[in-house]
Unconditional design. Sequence first.
Length: 467
Amino acid sequence: MADPLWTSEEMAKATGGTVGGAFSATGVSIDTRTLEPGDLFVALAGVRDGHEFVEAAMARGAAGALVSRAVPGPSVRVADTQIALEQLGIAARDRAPQAMRGAVTGSVGKTSVTQAIMAGLALAGRAHASVKSYNNHIGVPLTLARMPRDTERAVFEIGMNHADEIRPLTRMVRPHAAVVTTVGPVHTENFPDGEAGVARAKAEVLEGLEPGGVAVLNADNRWFDLLRDAAEKAGAVVRTFGSTDGCDARLIDFQAADGRAVVQARLHGKALDFPILQTGLHWGLNSMAVLLMLEALDVGLSDGLAALGAFEPLAGRGAESVVPVAGGAFTLIDESYNANPVSMASAIATLGARRVAGRRLVALTDMLELGPEAPAFHAGLAASIEAASIDLAFCAGPLMKSLWDALPPTRRGGYAETAAELAPQVARSVEAGDVVMVKGSNGSKAGAVAQALAALASSAEGLEGAR
């Protein structure tokens, strides 16, 4: 039997807590809906107090609970469960000194780059990573607390909405290498000085680097100099990726077709061509960042290329599907998980560069947290749509009304106040041979449009079966 992830005695030592019935846990959970038998259940305060769910956790097979008041069943009792979770994470880090740790932040691409790095780490040995987008003040310590003691390499996604949020998280992780994928106008409503404030907030990730750690930075980004200065101040070794001469990982060309692409690059001056299972133009630079991070975490190039060659788009982040309809099928590109001006322009340009049998359609919902400039950012997408020769644009939401008004009548597909109201308009318009890209902020429910389009497959199957 494998060693437990945590014993109650270890937890008490890490947190200063009191054991109420000894137990051993094989995992850590904060949600009874996803809890696995043998997990430690951490009763966090939130919209609902986690202590209300301790009995349900026990019924689902939790080994014990981390709590701040008396509960039925085995437990470790502490003063504050959030602080205790952080202490568990730090203890997990310290008991695995052999583990090389990486951190990923940036305005775009954090989750996909994190998971691509994890794919490479997994080929090289015992690896650990964030699941989903667990990148905040709960997700980062939770990911650390879940790290097995024999981990050889790990990668952590670190996000933010405000200044001073990344700093404590990167100091918790203490990465040996950190990458800032890019900096753009994201969460700018929370920064009085706009994008410059976002850049400084992203630079916080470099403050937690281990001495002599590696900072992987995007030389194409307008904030590169600010980030490089922060890296040098932190005593980091700077490694650069971009499309210009002099980059450690230089993107030369990116050619996409049929659900995949070939990346042409130079890594430390040596020519490198390799295939990936991605079509988004941003994956050219993403691949460069991944290779430099894997190198910094002592993963061989062959493992890095193998990982990139097998890594598929994540759900809601560029995953493609072929949906049968009357007369054939259309291609659905699901980018519905999130959106900002940078990722939106990239996704539209990617669609524009694609060869299609029918039309290029986009269904777009509001980009959120952009502050007073939000209407202008939305209207500005009209130029991207024109440059990419998008045939029809469908828009949902009060902010996307600015784009709708800026579009010429020939490119207007339909407008609605909400994604749910827009979905049937797009579904009625799509035809065999079309390629439809759905994108928007998660909070503006772009996923509802993607789901409605994917559901047309079952309608088509029903019609076929009725014949």
